[in-house]
Design a protein around this ligand. Structure first.
Ligand code: 2AM
Length: 513
């Protein structure tokens, strides 16, 4: 039986602990209902898991849920009841949970990355049968997914590593989903994913089969790296406007809200505007000014930078955003250093506020193009190395909704890759190239102004340096290569003839004396 009569009241109560009932399991189901299996299962009911399960149930797919700590099962069942008697059925033991799902069974796991995933797989796999499938929806390191996929294959089980972005809200109402691994497994659940993911008018559901192996996790990891970049660039725009332009929180709220109507339209710019509007409920002033300037992190940004280095892909903007988080963590050292380096860092230049706001907007946009170019190039290099055949335009499309980096800007990236799937760098797409040319004067003004006033803009500066390196036909790398040949006989190539050359630089230089 592939369909499930979710509207049938008896069926709704039958499997497990549906709608708040306690205890029980598939054994408790009267014989005549034993065929009423659910379509899919979800294990791991922290907030993301609960929300994704409720989303799946709400879209009309009966779902079984399980969690190691059973109180979360009951909590989820209770929510399903309150949020509209959704077809969600809770189980306290893994055997009844697995047996309540129609074959081939699919179980999505949303547990902590690492060892908990292995433990959950072991628990589930004991009850799964040939052809069944496990989907890891966590932020897992892609190589762990590849290892597990192989191990599962040996047991006749299929495996997917699926990045899910959008936070709690996204999981409940429509995330961006990045499934990679077994295509067959993807095909089993494609109908569910297409309905559960965010829906963007004119570009469709924010999900696609990413590719083989750990590609889904890898793409989600780089998505997070790009997210680090976006957040850092927005923070620098804020810093320049506040520290140099002297904008108040009220003005900042208006500026970001205004920016969100144009080319910077995005979730992160939108929430930034909101943040500036929130007053402190514990005292005077605005809450943003009371938040400790120390950024946390969970690791995907660091992995992105490590992978960039592994692949020899330059990602200076994303790296700058990671470094900024490291430096933010040194709060005590910074407070001490600020006493040592006291002084007036203001350049004394008069600043035209309206001009500054416009310049910063352009600098932010141009910097963002460079950051995305870096992220896309990391993905492209990995895809080539692993033979994944990833479609960069499709990735931009599924990031248009649901996820944290969702932005109208992604449509432009999709179009750039539609124009040329082999694009070496987003910067040289004719539209992006023109946008950069139109903004570069403003971009340079902002970076210079920040430097002159002692305000660090590591992301914007790194983006600008990336552009200025990439666009130059000749770099001072000739000198570095000459030095390498001088002290290490590493040889060099010449601009005017083919071949590999070595010069006795020391001997020649010193024989002249
Ligand atoms: P718990 O509620 O039993 O702790 C996020 O922490 C999710 O991962 C929770 O659902 C949590 O289950 C689950 N989780 C963490 N470690 C786990 C493990 N070793 N085995 C199974 N689930 C685990």
């Amino acid at each position: 039986v592939r369909s499930f009569a979710s509207s049938h009241p008896d069926l709704r109560r039958s499997p497990g602990v549906a709608s708040g009932g306690a205890g029980g399991g598939i054994e408790a189901i009267p014989a005549r209902y034993k065929m009423a299996l659910t379509r899919i299962g979800l294990a791991g009911l922290a907030v993301m898991g609960q929300n994704l399960a409720l989303n799946i149930a709400e879209k009309g797919f009966p779902i079984s849920v399980y969690n190691r700590t059973t109180s979360k099962v009951d909590e989820t069942v209770q929510r399903a009841k309150l949020e509209g008697n959704l077809p969600l059925y809770g189980f306290h033991d893994p055997a009844s949970f697995v047996n309540s799902i129609q074959k081939p069974r699919v179980v999505i796991m949303l547990v902590k990355a690492g060892a908990p995933v292995d433990q959950t797989i072991a628990t589930l796999a004991a009850h799964l049968e040939q052809g069944d499938c496990i989907v890891d929806g966590g932020n897992e390191w892609y190589e762990n997914t590849e290892r597990r996929e192989k191990a599962m294959e040996e047991r006749g089980l299929l495996y997917l590593g699926m990045g899910v972005s959008g936070g709690e809200e996204g999981a409940r109402h429509g995330p961006s989903m990045m499934p990679g691994g077994s295509l067959e497994a993807y095909q089993y659940i494609e109908d569910i994913l297409l309905k559960v993911s965010a829906q963007v008018p004119d570009s469709g559901p924010c999900v696609t089969y990413i590719g083989k192996g750990g590609s889904g996790n890898f793409v989600k990891m780089v998505h997070n790296g790009i997210e680090y970049g976006d957040m850092q660039l927005i923070a620098e725009a804020y810093d320049v406007l506040k520290s140099v332009g002297k904008l108040t929180n009220g003005e900042l709220q208006q500026v970001f809200a205004e920016w969100n109507k144009g080319e910077l339209l995005s979730f992160l710019v939108e929430i930034t505007a909101d943040i500036f509007s929130i007053k402190d409920d514990q005292g005077e002033g605005y809450l943003v000014d009371k938040v400790l300037d120390k950024t946390g992190m969970k690791g995907t940004g660091k992995w992105t930078v490590q992978q960039a280095a592994e692949l020899s892909v330059a990602a200076p903007t994303i790296e700058a955003s990671l470094d900024s988080r490291f430096l933010s963590g040194l709060k005590d050292e910074r407070v001490a250093a600020s006493k040592i380096f006291q002084g007036d860092y203001s350049s004394g230049e008069t600043v035209n506020k309206a001009q500054l706001i416009e310049d910063v907007r352009k600098a932010l946009y141009a910097s963002k193009i460079c950051s995305y170019a870096q992220g896309m190039n990391i993905i492209k290099a990995k895809s080539t190395e692993k033979g994944w055949g990833l479609n960069l335009g499709e990735l931009a499309r599924i990031w248009k909704g649901g996820c944290i980096i969702r932005a109208s800007f992604l449509d432009r990236i999709k179009k750039a890759y539609d124009r040329n799937g082999e694009l070496a760098n987003l910067l040289i797409d004719p539209e992006f190239a023109q946008e950069i040319m139109d903004r570069q004067a403003a971009w340079r003004r902002v970076v210079c102004l920040a430097i002159n006033n002692g305000v660090s803009t590591p992301g914007m500066s790194a983006s600008l340096a990336y552009f200025d390196s990439y666009r130059r036909d000749r770099l001072p790398a000739n000198l570095v290569q000459a030095q390498r040949d001088y002290f290490g006989a590493h040889t060099y190539e010449r601009v005017d003839m083919p071949g590999s050359f070595h010069t006795e630089w020391y001997k020649i230089a010193n024989s002249k004396i």
